[in-house]
Design a protein. Structure first.
Length: 568
């Protein structure tokens, strides 16, 4: 009996040990990577992500799209392809997606150390039986052998490009890098060395604390070093380095669920940078967005001039853009004139001076008076598109939220003045008459242009379309479903796709008929920029229903949440 009890206790202990081992968190791969990286990318199942991408219809559609065709001819693509070829020569083979999948284990991470030279370290948890089947393991005899951390690693350098490929396999981890010292340091860390690692870097540690729930794909950014990189500033597609500078580190996690992809970002502000508080006005404005909206955003008003310019451009009428016949030669320049400075490089040499102000500044000043006198603190922009015959209309509604009730008479006068400056040759004010938008009483400009407004306590509604305005007014009083935040926006891609493509085709029409600028050297026709290149990306993402973005402040961190709704 005692023996049975002892055996039972031992079995329970062993089962408990096995349970704890299987439930223990996976080792943090950042602890096996040397300090000093610009970027850290991690996936609990990197191979699974690659297989999903390889089998996806999105991949097939994008590779066949005009957008990919143009990208494959770009300077960035050419440079990356050159680097890829050089590393392929160093390795002795060029791995395609299939080859990458073969060395993509489950838990994997990549650290980028230099953007210009594309220097990185890759660590992946992979079974030895899978690794030995890969082309990388097959070319091992052509590599030199080195030692680090008591482990042999393999090194090969291309004589022409001086590019290096180094790799090792130990303790179930594949370590692959473009520098031998990165592999050596990683092996030392795996062997228990005390050298600095990414996991010990403050930019990594502080960022990870902001996002404890790891996603299917995680990226941690050393923003301090990234913004100092000339290559980053040159190739960063957003061109918003000034907006990044207040932050010194950041993290982004991506997760998938049924019909949704969610990306959560956290950016930590640098010491001394000013924080922007969340606004308790924005949730109520977001609740006004109707199902009919195609594009929307809500935000605080930091500058009255910016809000006024938005109203003039979207609703009253943007100043007419200057155009000229591209066949006109530039005016002759006197040789006595100075050559100018580098700032003149931003000015087209064949561009005539802008015409005199035709009332735009006066119209802007009138609308700015509304914003300033009313004490507007936040705004919502709601836009949609509708096709009427051969034309696509893009109506807008702008809602201003104020600290106090709006003065209807003051709004009427200022809006009339603003419209009169742009819509009438004498630049006189225009009058308003009572009208309705749906079941709501509004005031409508008495003239050819469409300009309507309504007030409801602290809310001012301005629009150029009665139907969209009615849809927004119908939602007045709808309770907010979110807490305070500082920004929100959304695009209902599936709803807008058809009209979007029609507009893209119209934008290309004048250039296409002129036959100017649509041929590559050698006579190969290039896709039209809007109707070919840009519109094809929308077609590739045809299953994307809607994108929603929110941004809020939490202590020293700015939190952004992106939700992509996918059609099932």
């Amino acid at each position: 009996m005692k023996r049975l009890a002892l055996i039972s206790a031992l079995l329970i202990a062993v089962a408990g040990y096995v349970f704890l081992q299987t439930r223990a968190p996976a080792p943090e791969l950042a602890a096996y990577m040397p300090s000093g990286a610009l970027l850290y990318l991690e996936a609990p199942d990197f191979g699974g992500l690659l297989r999903d991408w390889d089998a996806s219809q999105v991949k097939i559609d994008w590779l066949a799209s005009a957008n990919y065709q143009v990208f494959s001819q770009s300077n960035l693509f050419s440079k990356l392809n050159e680097v890829y070829g050089q590393y392929g020569e160093a390795a002795g083979f060029r791995p395609g997606l299939k080859g990458l999948i073969e060395i993509a284990g489950a838990s994997s991470a990549l650290a980028l150390y230099d953007i210009r030279e594309v220097e990185f370290l890759y660590v992946s948890r992979i079974a030895e039986s899978d690794l030995v089947k890969s082309p990388l393991w097959a070319v091992r005899p052509a590599f030199q052998e080195r030692q680090a951390g008591g482990v042999t690693f393999y090194l090969r350098t291309d004589a022409a490009s001086k590019r290096t490929v180094a790799f090792a396999f130990t303790k179930g981890y594949l370590i692959l890098a473009t520098r031998d010292d990165l592999v050596a340091q990683s092996l030392e860390l795996l062997a228990g060395g005390s050298n600095p690692s990414i996991a010990a870097d403050r930019w990594y540690r502080d960022a990870v604390t902001q996002s404890p729930d790891r996603g299917e794909l995680r990226m941690v950014m050393n923003l301090d070093l990234l913004v100092k990189s000339v290559s980053f500033r040159s190739y960063w597609v957003q061109r918003n380095v000034s907006a990044i500078r207040p932050y010194w580190t950041g993290i982004a996690d991506v997760k998938r669920s049924a019909g949704t992809i969610t990306e959560t970002r956290a950016f930590l502000r640098a010491p001394g940078s000013a924080a922007v508080a969340n606004s308790d006005l924005l949730p109520d404005l977001l609740a006004l967005v109707p199902p009919e909206a195609g594009v929307y955003k809500v935000s605080d008003i930091a500058d009255a001039s910016d809000a006024a310019r938005l109203i003039v451009n979207k609703i009253i009428g943007a100043p007419a853009a200057q155009s000229r016949d591209w066949r006109d030669a530039p005016d002759a320049v006197s040789p006595d004139n100075p050559a100018g400075s580098e700032g003149d490089l931003e000015t087209r040499i064949d561009e005539q001076p802008l015409p005199a102000d035709t009332g735009a500044s006066d119209s802007l000043a009138a609308v700015r008076t509304i914003v300033e006198k009313g004490g507007a603190r936040a705004l919502a922009l709601v836009e949609s598109s509708s096709a009427t015959g051969a034309f696509v209309k893009m109506p807008s509604v702008i809602v201003l939220s104020s600290a106090s009730d709006w003065d209807r008479d003051s709004v009427r006068r200022s809006l009339g003045d603003a419209a009169g400056k742009l819509w009438t040759t004498s630049q006189l004010g225009a009058g308003f008459a009572a009208a309705t938008a749906g079941r709501h009483p509004v005031e409508r400009l008495d003239g050819l242009g469409a300009l309507l407004f309504a007030t409801s306590g602290r809310l001012l509604f301005v629009s150029n379309d009665a139907s969209l305005l009615a849809a927004v007014l119908d939602r007045a009083g709808t309770p907010a479903t979110t807490s305070a935040f500082r920004y929100a926006a959304g695009v209902r891609h599936l709803r807008e796709r058809g009209n979007y493509e029609r507009v893209m085709a119209a934008l290309d029409f004048s250039s296409a008929t002129s036959g100017f600028g649509f041929y590559r050297p050698g006579g190969a026709a290039a896709p039209s920029f809007f109707s070919g290149n840009v519109a094809s990306l929308s077609r590739v993402l045809s299953k994307l229903v809607e994108v929603r973005v929110t941004e809020e402040e939490r202590g020293a961190a700015t939190i952004q949440t992106m939700r992509y709704q996918i059609e099932q």
